[in-house]
Write a protein that binds this ligand. Structure first.
Ligand SMILES: [Zn+2]
Length: 287
């Protein structure tokens, strides 16, 4: 499942097509990626429209189409979710023939904008109108935005105080786009054991966790431009290798399934805790 940074990277693939209008739409209407949609209506709506901008939030992308000559400013939103193995491609329009798994192709004069999904777990969404679609506004705020506050984090951890921290960080309704390796990186940086219950962490640890969530999200997006070159001071380059060592203290890393996912952590930097979850809500103090 693609994480935040991979989705951001995918979003940019169609950037050269910004400002160009759609001359034709071809799609495989019966494929399950279009579930709940009227593909014919989508085709009609996008024909002749210009690709104005695109945004990514967590694992969801939105491509906004408009008509620069339309004074109403009404826009059409195409939502794409990559599912397990969906991908975007930009092909030269001349000579391109859509393949079996190219479920949606938007043709411009020079480019063919392709959504490919071999396993069909992806999803296409669509909305026409001046307002943001509900499927977009319902997404949790970006973790790098001011809307993700320490108070919001505290409240969420308290509501799930009996769940292991690793499982909580994978909950997309609060941590959009955080996947397995990012959750491990965040907990390692915050020096928190992945199996510790969310309700056991102190006020100070809460602040550190909040800071590291933002740091890992911001940096992973920034560094995708550098060929996924995460520095050796991160857990990331070490967590994949059996026998990997903690880049901070050189202790052998451990791997075990926590929260249903293979988790990697340093037993020295992230010691297990025997604390019981607190019943009361903690209010974070001033920085
Ligand atoms: Zn360590």
């Amino acid at each position: 499942m693609p994480e935040l940074a991979e989705v951001e990277l995918s979003r940019r693939i169609w950037d050269p097509a910004l400002g160009g209008s759609i001359l034709r739409v071809s799609l495989q209407a019966r494929n399950r990626v279009f579930r709940g949609l009227h593909p014919a209506a989508l085709t009609r709506a996008l024909n002749g429209r210009t690709l104005m901008r695109s945004i990514a939030r967590g694992k969801q992308m939105a491509f906004v189409f408009g008509d620069p000559t339309d004074p109403s400013g009404s826009s059409h939103w195409l939502g794409l979710h990559l599912g397990m193995e969906g991908s975007l491609h930009l092909e030269a329009a001349s000579g391109f023939t859509p393949g079996k798994h190219d479920h949606l192709v938007l043709w411009q004069k020079q480019h063919a904008l392709v959504f490919r999904d071999i396993r069909h777990f992806g999803r296409v969404l669509f909305h026409a109108g001046a307002d943001e679609p509900a499927w977009w506004s319902a997404l949790a705020p970006d973790l790098t935005s001011p809307a993700f506050t320490p108070a919001a984090l505290t409240a969420f951890l308290q509501r799930r105080r009996n769940a292991p921290l690793k499982a909580v960080l994978l909950m997309q309704e609060r941590f959009p786009g955080v996947g397995n390796w990012m959750a491990d990186e965040i907990l390692w940086r915050a020096r928190l054991h992945p199996a510790a219950r969310a309700g056991t962490i102190s006020e100070t640890e809460m602040w550190i966790l909040w800071r590291e969530v933002r740091h890992v999200c911001r940096e992973s997006i920034r560094r995708i431009d550098a060929d996924w070159n995460y520095p050796p001071s991160w857990l990331f380059p070490h967590r994949w290798r059996n026998g990997g060592r903690c880049p901070r203290c050189r202790t052998a890393l451990l791997r075990e399934a926590i929260g249903g996912r293979t988790t990697c952590w340093c037993p020295r930097c992230q010691p297990a805790t025997t604390k019981k979850p607190r019943a009361k809500t903690v209010t974070p103090g001033r920085r």
